[in-house]
Design a protein around this ligand. Sequence first.
Ligand code: FAD
Length: 394
Amino acid sequence: MQDSVAHSDDDLAQIRDSVRALCADFPGEYWRELDRERAYPSAFVKALTEAGFLAALIPENYGGSGLPMRAASAIMEEIHAAGCNGAACHAQMYTMGTILRYGSEAQKRRYLPKIASGELRLQAFGVTEPTSGTDTLSLRTTARRDGNDAYVVNGQKIWTSRAEYSDLMLLLARTTPKDQVKSRTEGLSVFIVEMRGKDGKPTQGLTIKPIRTMMNHATTEVFFEDLRVPAENLIGEEGKGFRYILGGMNAERILIASECIGDAKWFIDKATAYARSRELFGRAIGQNQGVQFPIARAYAQMRAAELMVHEAARLYDAGAQPGEQANMAKLLAADASWAAADMCVQTHGGFGFAEEYDIERKFRETRLYQVAPISTNLILSYLSEHVLGLPRSY
Ligand SMILES: Cc1cc2nc3c(=O)[nH]c(=O)nc-3n(C[C@H](O)[C@H](O)[C@H](O)COP(=O)(O)OP(=O)(O)OC[C@H]3O[C@@H](n4cnc5c(N)ncnc54)[C@H](O)[C@@H]3O)c2cc1C
């Protein structure tokens, strides 16, 4: 049983307190400075790793803390509610699930303890490509078997976040041409790619180019030119990779939704405090219903989304594949954080735009979750087809 530690709400409260205490060492100035430079929050990631939070979902027998999803969800939420940003390291939490669920015992023993200790970082997840985008089954990066011991990878990924700060990448590539597969979801395979040599430089055949974005996200383009990947780094069976990646999506959705809930709480706290303290026309602006109501609405929206996040995490921990709930949690939480962000700017008037209030930074950061890791339309399309039984639209 995975949840050996965090059975009760008391345990979760302790985890929440510890995350909050850690985050207190990384205040707004820390993130502002990094944001200006578009620099990676190395000290923050190091602190999270050393405290064991990034190994929350790794079972104890592989060196992690073997906590349930609801604990991981609480960790990500608290990080964001404290004004920090888990995007620098959240991929480690959900990508390692693919190794855990579908990897061989040898792969687990080789990688998981080192990921848990922080010796290896598994932060890069290479799925999206410039031409295929959301249409994952049309991706073009190929992995061709070369003899018994290796695959040779050629192609390009885009938006591979944290590739410059990761030792390992989970890569989805085509191993059988699209026109030769029996079923459209077959022919893709997942690999663990070791991205650096002993000198710390990118492995031969791998080129990483940063993309500057509207927020500080350390995202990149990655080019593969005859990159050799040992055959033993194939996860599970060749050709079944799409299924393995889909299997990890629920965890990803739940964790990102938790970040959005944290963001929404941060915006609501900021707005509430400001509405109480800012005095105009001889009274606090928060005394005006025109200011109160948007805050109250954002709070109600956040609380409703939070319930769905808890429900998705509960089902996940019970061993279900909660596709419906995880997708709805992501949709509702991303909408709640974006609505709260907009409300928070409005409540602050001009100061909402000033860097030193951190609101404009968090506003930019939380906007991402309408698009990544899956866009709102694609969630709606999932619900339409798989939950409501409407005709497939694409
Ligand atoms: C900062 C950032 C970090 C990211 N990190 C990673 C990462 O680490 N690894 C990774 O693999 N990917 C990553 N992504 C990629 C992300 O998952 C994609 O951007 C996202 O899935 C949308 O794909 P796209 O950008 O190709 O848009 P497209 O697929 O080109 O879609 C464009 C628009 O059309 C809409 N659309 C497309 N098809 C349909 C349809 N059938 N019906 C209705 N609407 C549709 C979409 O909703 C979207 O709004 C990241 C993206 C960003 C911006």
